[in-house]
Design a protein around this ligand. Structure first.
Ligand code: AMP
Ligand code: GLY
Length: 414
């Protein structure tokens, strides 16, 4: 069959790379894709991810059996709904269900109603009220902008002054919606869960992301600076508890409220002394979690999607190897950064997944904040980390930076 992947980043590069290995698929297209994907798919950079009409027309004209949507924006903007109107199969939730990621408030209200463990919160719709609130609230407090923000709409304020600065940023005008959340202490992990209505199947391998820009979890939040899997120090019992207390109830809650979710639900969880709690939901694969998970996955992703559609058992198979991925980002990211710097030394054989590079006159140059993920595999995390940083060293560019401590939380506990 023919499939179409939507998206342009490293996650979509990994999805296309993984689908290429499926015996069920004989043709892969990507819209808009990036220049590094040409070994695995036909790339259509001339079609914009936001041009839904063109995407629908393309899928019809090319007899696409499945469209697999990578990023959140086309989901929250209703690309799935448009494709489904034309009877095209889509992996990725419709606009209404994607609110679980698109609106922090929607997710919070749902969790509150169905008693799904998460941080206590307060919705504040005006700057004046927000400034009053921080006079009396406990610190640290977490401020979250209501809409999509590419991982950058969250501010952790340790004291009154930081909260004041956060309010200046998140209320560009008097009326804006911000969720103020209780700060939770603990270790985070990412659990991808296949969801089709009330049928929810969590991956039996979790990943851990590194959200902050710099070593030791310092610096601002980013989209993710590196990830690894499996996570040996977070055991099966914790995954099972997350399934019981979060994955199953949220799938049922969505159905109860009249939403039909079909795709991957990303559960960003934190392990507190009272058990796992939800930090965030996403309506799609994590980036860079997808890159490490799909590298480790031995079973057929397309078969899993078909089994999910049929509500059949999903049998995951994973390599024995651990996988570590280190993100190289443009210096300055997640703030302002330059584009157009040359990057070389990497290969396109599954050891690197490209997020932000364009090929111009035969050379790859940077075109985004997060640029490329370098991967390493090994018999344990320690060896995988060594190999990942070897892959980093193969690359040449002084325009990029990366963290040195990806996967150290696991290595310290080996
Ligand atoms: P989010 O976009 O909601 O995932 O938030 C980004 C990052 O901010 C998370 O991965 C956490 O590291 C941190 N964070 C968000 N909410 C909280 C919270 N309630 N307590 C502690 N840390 C949080
Ligand atoms: N890596 C976090 C995310 O995809 O949202």
């Amino acid at each position: 069959m023919k499939v179409l992947v939507i998206g342009a980043g490293g996650r979509e590069h990994a999805i296309a790379y993984k689908l290429k290995q499926s015996p069920l698929i004989n043709e892969i297209h990507v819209i808009p894709g990036n220049d590094a994907m040409i070994n695995v798919a036909t790339v259509h950079t001339d079609i914009k991810e936001t041009n839904h009409d063109k995407i629908v027309a393309f899928a019809k004209a090319h007899d696409i059996a499945w469209v697999i949507i990578g990023p959140e924006q086309p989901l929250t903007e209703g690309l799935t709904d448009k494709l489904q109107t034309e009877n095209i199969n889509v992996f990725g939730p419709n606009k209404a269900a994607a609110q679980i990621e698109g609106s922090k408030l929607f997710a919070k209200q749902l969790m509150e109603k169905y008693d799904i463990p998460t941080a206590a919160y307060k919705e504040i719709n005006s700057k004046t009220e927000a400034l009053d609130y921080i006079q009396t609230c406990d610190f640290p407090v977490v401020l979250k902008k209501d809409g999509l923000a590419a991982g950058k709409g969250v501010i952790i304020a340790n004291n009154f002054e930081e909260a004041q600065d956060g309010i200046e940023i998140l209320y560009p005008e008097e009326n804006s919606t911000v969720v103020f959340e209780q700060f939770l202490e603990g270790e985070e992990f990412s659990l991808m869960t296949f969801v089709n209505g009330d049928y929810a199947v969590p991956f039996d391998c979790i990943a851990q992301d590194h959200k902050r820009a710099f070593d030791y979890d310092l610096g601002p939040n980013t989209g993710g600076m590196g990830a690894y899997c499996p996570v040996p120090h977070i055991d099966e019992a914790m995954i099972e508890r997350t399934n019981r207390d979060i994955a199953q109830p949220i799938a049922k809650a969505m159905v109860n409220e009249g939403y039909s979710f079909f795709g991957v639900l990303y559960i960003g969880a934190i392990i507190t002394k009272d058990g796992p709690k939800v930090i965030e939901f996403n309506a799609r694969f994590g980036d860079p979690e997808a890159q490490v998970l799909l590298t480790r996955m031995e079973s057929d992703l397309m078969q899993h999607i078909l089994d999910l559609e049929a509500k059949q058992p999903i049998q995951f198979k994973w390599k024995k190897n651990a996988v570590v991925g280190v993100m190289l980002a443009s210096k300055g990211y997640p703030g302002a950064y330059n584009k157009g710097a040359e990057v070389s030394g990497f290969t396109l054989d599954g050891q690197y997944f490209v997020s932000g590079l364009n090929k111009i006159d035969g050379r790859y140059v940077t075109s985004g904040g997060r640029v490329i993920l370098a991967l390493g595999e090994g018999s344990d995390i320690r060896e995988a980390k060594v190999n990942a940083y070897e892959a980093v060293k193969q690359m040449n560019s002084d325009a990029l930076f990366y963290r040195n401590d990806i996967s150290d939380k696991a290595i310290q506990k080996l």
